[in-house]
Design a protein around this ligand. Structure first.
Ligand SMILES: O=C(O)[C@@H](CO)OP(=O)(O)O
Length: 271
């Protein structure tokens, strides 16, 4: 094993609901064309920096799986070992799943909106089983039986993610493998909180941009050598994180095919 273990974290590229500024959570929405470009660029950045992963871990959601596939293709690493787990899924956003962030903010006010989005302990109201956006009968979660979440706080995400970190990712790092984790804004925030031992309030200010790889060199004790990690494209990361922080505060862009009806900005022009 080299002096430091290398962990690369990547949030999936832009999804269709990122573009529409809707709460995504466990709803399995695909990447936009922009998201696919971000994923390919992520692979190019990994390749250029010679940070070639030996193993990739993803969630069970297609926006993370497609991002990993496109990035690994661009880095000529399609052949590496793949592990997937629901424990890397996005936070389950309860009854907010599928809803417009702008509308939720307008309806419930800034404080409640931000409590649901960024407080450590608060979870949105549980999703109704009549909703088209619940996952209780999705076969990919069959092993969870009645335990498929109907809402989660970030604290709940830490609780379900850390066992996977310890049982699946840490052994790869200890074996000297360069590990790539492709996951989601809030599952990665949960991992960053755990890795950096951040306080409940400090993690509320952390926003993860789509598609920009972040590198952590870890000590023997698996503590980050550089706090906050190192983004391979710091400028894109800064802009992307600011855009995530601002979601819901600016008018939601209108998809290109609906522009004639209501006007607005095309999905691919946003952020
Ligand atoms: O909608 C979601 O599932 C997440 C990530 O896109 O949103 P937020 O950044 O508001 O937690």
């Amino acid at each position: 094993m080299s002096e430091h273990a290398t962990l690369m974290l990547v949030r999936h590229g832009q999804s269709t609901w990122n573009a529409l500024v809707r709460f995504g959570g466990w709803v399995d929405v695909p990447l936009t064309e922009r998201g696919r470009d971000e994923a390919r660029r992520c692979g190019e950045l990994l390749s250029k920096a010679r940070l070639l992963p030996d193993v990739v871990h993803t969630s069970l959601l297609r926006r993370a799986i497609s991002t990993a596939d496109l990035a690994l293709d661009a880095a000529d690493r399609t052949w590496i070992d793949v592990r997937r787990s629901w424990r890397l899924n996005e936070r389950h956003y309860g009854s907010l799943q599928g809803k417009s962030k702008e509308q939720i903010r307008a309806e419930f006010g800034e404080d409640q909106y931000m409590r649901w989005r960024r407080s450590y302990h608060a979870a949105p109201p549980p999703i109704d089983l009549d909703s088209e956006h619940h996952q209780s009968t999705d076969p990919r979660y069959a092993e969870l039986r009645d335990g498929v979440p109907r809402t989660e706080s970030l604290e709940d995400v830490v609780a379900r993610l850390v066992p996977y970190w310890e049982s699946a990712i840490v052994p790869d790092l200890r074996a000297g493998r360069t590990v790539l984790v492709v996951a989601h804004g809030n599952s990665l925030r949960a991992l960053v909180k755990h890795l950096e031992n951040l306080s409940d309030s400090a993690i509320s200010g952390v926003n993860i941009p789509t598609g920009v790889p972040m590198r952590y060199d870890l000590t023997e004790e698996l503590e980050p050598v550089t706090r906050g990690g190192i983004y391979l494209d710091p400028e894109a990361a800064e802009q992307g994180a600011a855009a995530v922080a601002a979601e819901g505060r600016t008018p939601t862009p209108v998809p290109a095919d609906k522009r004639g009806v209501t006007g607005g900005t095309s999905m691919n022009e946003m952020i």
